[in-house]
Write a new protein. Structure first.
Length: 623
């Protein structure tokens, strides 16, 4: 069995697509892991911004999380309606394009692509942060561990949707189970202690208070950082086609389960943080631990449950990048279908995946991780903007969608209201996040969005020009159909060049064999031309090719050949020029290193500099 079959699974036939569809159980880890695992870093990101308040800042965490949860519920109801309206996949790009125009669609596409890349990078780096919090000696290898996990994710995802879901079910439910246990036990201990539980493990000393009051600016920054907990909510609506029938119902149920669990995890984590009086640590602080690590240690101590929980957090956070791997290829395919990205993104791979989307996401994620050294807090300022911009455009598009429905569509007014509230809420959040995080790094995202849009417009212009140039509705043109002038570059007489000349004799009676710098040696082409080539042709009374000898003062081969071919083309404005290139084809790729690659270079130059009348024909000789 081939190694690719072992790693990636056997190729799937197109007819096997139905078997690759998933249900709710697999849909939760595939499309919900990013949203669910945000409970592991969302509250911490909000609390981290409140460090200047010292322990006084903890009291503000719960109101901030509650406001985020209200926004989450609004977005949830909006996306349930989007799934019902677009059962074939209603991502922000599709909804915005169809209802708000391609400009809004491209804005959503650019925002989503950036969001998915950052989703993968943040998920992996947050998972590794959980590991290094438990095992401090691994902090120096943060980036290396991130890249290893990225490689594992790629291999798992290339096996197909069904295998991916099966692989991620256990880590996902282990993560959910351990966190629900943490919250349940923590709440019980809190009530048992009269609201003032005692931490099992000694908590690190909080940083001193440097700000006396919570200002609007600090509140906005804390809220915008906490909004990272809402990323990934759109994933289900974008991947409806991955579900089995009835698709819309299964997708809606999956989204409902994901949001319900996320609400419990976010609120429960924030509630315990407040009652156990745990403050977030500065990532640059010595012996840094994540907020979740401190919370688990406070409730259970550093026993076996601590390490099981942190292990499940590591696995779930690292695997949460899978949400991006599930949706990014689908997004790029939808964009490529409208000619705004290369058509290679439309192609399905050996396991019925849009594999080139996976390759592109892998490359971009690796670059981001390397640039930011795999540190979550350096990535968070770039995060969430793309997601909320996509939320806003999607919900605004849905308002227009319902408005365009003919007649008195059942529940039309209610649908417009829900999506309208969602659009306003997420739009205001987008502005808050952008303003609050602009100097911290959000300007990078704000700059990348228009750059991506310009790239997509350039791709579209190219495809439009190609289609316009290739379209020909006229009848078959039968003018200038005389045989071509055949040009054969020939360094020596051997079995390859003989094959080329034989093919040339079939094509045309006008053949020019071009030889650069004839050496007067015993085996040179010039000395054997009459004996080996002309004599057999004269005996059969066939047309004789012309031997053209070119001199090269500086021992160049390609330049004089190119000049000669272009001169022939210019001198014969109504004739085709067929350039036959004899080429040795070796059995192993490394054997190419043992032979010069002049033929490849000449072919490339002819394609770049030649006109429509130059035709390049490869004459292979298989070694």
């Amino acid at each position: 069995m081939a190694i690719t079959d072992v790693l990636l699974g056997k190729p799937l036939a197109t007819s096997e697509e139905r078997a690759e569809h998933i249900g709710v159980a697999a849909g939760i880890p595939i499309f919900g892991l990013d949203a669910l695992t945000s409970a592991a870093y969302g509250p911490e990101q909000a609390l981290y911004l409140l460090i200047p308040l010292g322990m006084y800042g903890i009291k503000y965490l719960l109101p901030i999380i509650v406001s985020i949860l209200i926004l989450l519920v609004i977005v949830f109801f909006s996306y349930r309606q989007t799934i019902a309206a677009y059962p074939s996949g209603g991502g922000s790009y599709t909804v915005a394009s169809e209802n708000l125009g391609m400009g809004a669609g491209l804005l959503a596409a650019a925002a989503l692509m950036i969001d998915y890349i950052l989703t993968a990078a943040v998920g992996i780096s947050a998972g590794v942060t959980a590991l290094t919090s438990a095992v401090e000696g691994l902090q120096r290898y943060q980036l290396e561990i991130c890249l290893v996990i990225l490689a594992i994710l790629v291999v798992v995802n290339l096996r197909g949707v069904k295998d991916t879901g099966a692989a991620f079910i256990l880590p996902t439910f282990l993560f959910i189970g351990t966190l629900l246990t943490l919250i349940g036990v923590g709440v019980f201990k809190t009530f048992a202690a009269g609201g003032h539980p005692v931490a099992v493990a000694v908590m690190p000393t909080a940083l001193p208070q440097t700000v006396k009051y919570l200002g609007i600016w600090m509140l906005m920054k804390a809220f915008s950082s906490g909004c990272a907990a809402m990323t990934g909510v759109e994933a289900v609506s974008n991947g409806v086609m991955a579900f089995g029938e009835p698709r819309a119902k299964k997708a809606q149920y999956t989204l409902t389960v994901i949001i319900a669990i996320l609400i419990v995890l976010l609120y429960g984590t924030a509630w315990l943080t407040k009652h156990y009086q745990i403050m977030a640590m500065d990532p640059d602080q010595a012996h840094y631990q994540s907020l979740l690590s401190l919370l688990v240690a406070a409730v259970f101590g550093r026993g076996w449950f601590y390490f099981v929980t942190m292990g499940s957090v590591l696995l779930a956070l690292a695997l949460s990048a899978n949400t991006a791997f599930a949706d990014f290829p689908r997004l790029t395919r939808a964009i490529a279908m409208h000619d705004y990205l290369p058509h290679v993104f439309i192609l399905r791979g050996r396991r019925l995946l849009f594999s080139h989307g996976v390759y592109a996401l892998t490359g971009f994620t690796a670059v981001i991780l390397i640039l930011f050294r795999g540190v979550t807090d350096r990535l968070i300022p770039l995060y969430a903007i793309g997601a909320f911009l996509a939320f806003t455009l999607s919900q605004a598009g849905m308002v227009v969608h319902w408005k365009k429905q003919e007649g008195d569509h059942e529940g039309r007014g209610w649908h417009m209201f829900v999506n309208g509230v969602g659009a306003v809420a997420t739009g205001l959040t987008t502005i808050i996040v952008l303003v609050a995080k602009f100097r911290s790094g959000a300007w990078v995202t704000a700059l990348l969005v228009p750059i991506l849009i310009l790239i997509m417009l350039a791709v579209k212009r190219h495809y439009t020009r190609v289609k316009a140039e290739m379209r020909d509705m006229t009848p078959l043109n039968l003018t200038h159909l005389e045989p071509p002038i055949v040009v054969i570059p020939m360094a020596r007489w051997d079995r390859i060049t003989e094959k080329a000349l034989r093919f040339g004799l079939v094509l045309s009676k006008e053949i020019k064999v071009v030889h650069v710098d004839c050496d007067e040696g015993e085996e040179s082409l010039c000395t054997i031309w009459d004996e080996k080539i002309l004599t057999p042709l004269r005996q059969e009374k066939m047309a004789e090719p012309e031997l053209v000898e070119l001199t090269s003062t500086y021992r160049q081969i390609i330049t004089p050949l190119m000049e000669f071919i272009l001169e022939i083309e210019q001198a014969n404005p109504t004739r085709k020029i067929a350039v036959l290139l004899p080429e040795l084809v070796v059995k192993h790729w490394w054997e190419n290193l043992l032979h010069n690659q002049r033929v490849q270079l000449l072919k490339l130059l002819l394609l770049l500099k030649g006109k429509q009348r130059i035709v390049v024909v490869n004459i292979p000789w298989y070694l």
